[in-house]
Design a protein around this ligand. Sequence first.
Ligand SMILES: Cc1cc2nc3c(=O)[nH]c(=O)nc-3n(C[C@H](O)[C@H](O)[C@H](O)COP(=O)(O)O)c2cc1C
Length: 372
Amino acid sequence: MLIGGSGSILILTQGTGCSYYSAESGDAYAPWAFPGAESRPEMIAARAAILAANPHNTQPWALHVSDSGIDLHADFTRNLGSIDGLLREMYIGLGCALENMVIAAQASGRAVGVQLLPDASNASLVASVSLTPAAPTDDPSFAAIARRHTNRGRYADAPPSSALVPALQALVTEAGVQLHVFTSEIDKATFRTGTIDATTAFISDAEMSRDSNAWYRQSAGDILQHRDGVTIDASGNGAATRFFGKELGRPSDATANSYWLDGTRGDQTTGSAFCVLSSPAANGRDDQLRVGRVYQRIHLWLVSQGLAAQPLNQMAELQDREQLKGLAPTFATLLNRLMAATDRRAQMLFRIGYPWDEALKSPRRPIEWVLL
Ligand SMILES: Cc1cc2nc3c(=O)[nH]c(=O)nc-3n(C[C@H](O)[C@H](O)[C@H](O)COP(=O)(O)O)c2cc1C
């Protein structure tokens, strides 16, 4: 019926109760009109922060903004439970927000001074950023902030150009952070199989499955109410699948899990390279923040080059789960073998490549909801 064209779609919509809604529309997507009419450098920086990549779109941040600086706070209530029992991904997401903030402030005529974890007695304060007038930078990553979206669709399996890996390595300037890039067929197969196995372990773990699906937003009403979480439109599926996914209503957790596993076996493990950002094994909060900064920087740069990225953190999430539950270190061992290092901690896993389709936006809570 869909092949019959838009008229058929209309008939079907009318016949099934109209739970369809168009992608990227309404107030939940308004923050992506960035920087819009905003001209104050500190507010441009704050508005950039809330567009950053973050785990499961939990948006675990709160901001205190003045014209001389911004304090970035963790909102510990917005956590992923058993998926992120160490809050490691939360801190990586906060690092991503920090990087967007820094790039936007510099492009808006501010020099920045960044202090990570500046006050040991204030656990929620993860970074203080000072802002002083300076010449604006002309950084293509600034224009990429509003165009960067996690792309969960199919990528071409083309090998990366010879310039790509050195260009990515040049972006890794934070202390202690390393980028491992896997392009050989054997390494890609190990990463792919490990990710599929970790997805199977994840969906077989009742707590992890529950905590993941709790952040899934099915309807237009859910999205508008929460303005966070994972949606059908951000799933990387084609228009027909997204259409029927909306019409059919919220799937059971078991059905959602099996779609995810199928996607991981298929489109979501295509691409030119798999990558791991690692930190020293100590795995400190500052390490995690630095990894987040580098991931966001890499993703913005890729977007500025017409490339795409998708984090694929199942193996790292299972590594944390093993640590917390005292389980055999199956995924920790696999990640260390991939990185050929025992003194490193795999922090942020992702794929990169040439996408078939543009990624769609995910919802965002407005800046007013996160200002302190
Ligand atoms: C620490 C971290 C872990 C993530 N893990 C995954 C993942 O395993 N799979 C995935 O598809 N996206 C993952 N993401 C991407 C987020 O889901 C995404 O950034 C969020 O939903 C917001 O969407 P956007 O990136 O399109 O703005 C991760 C992001 C961060 C920062």
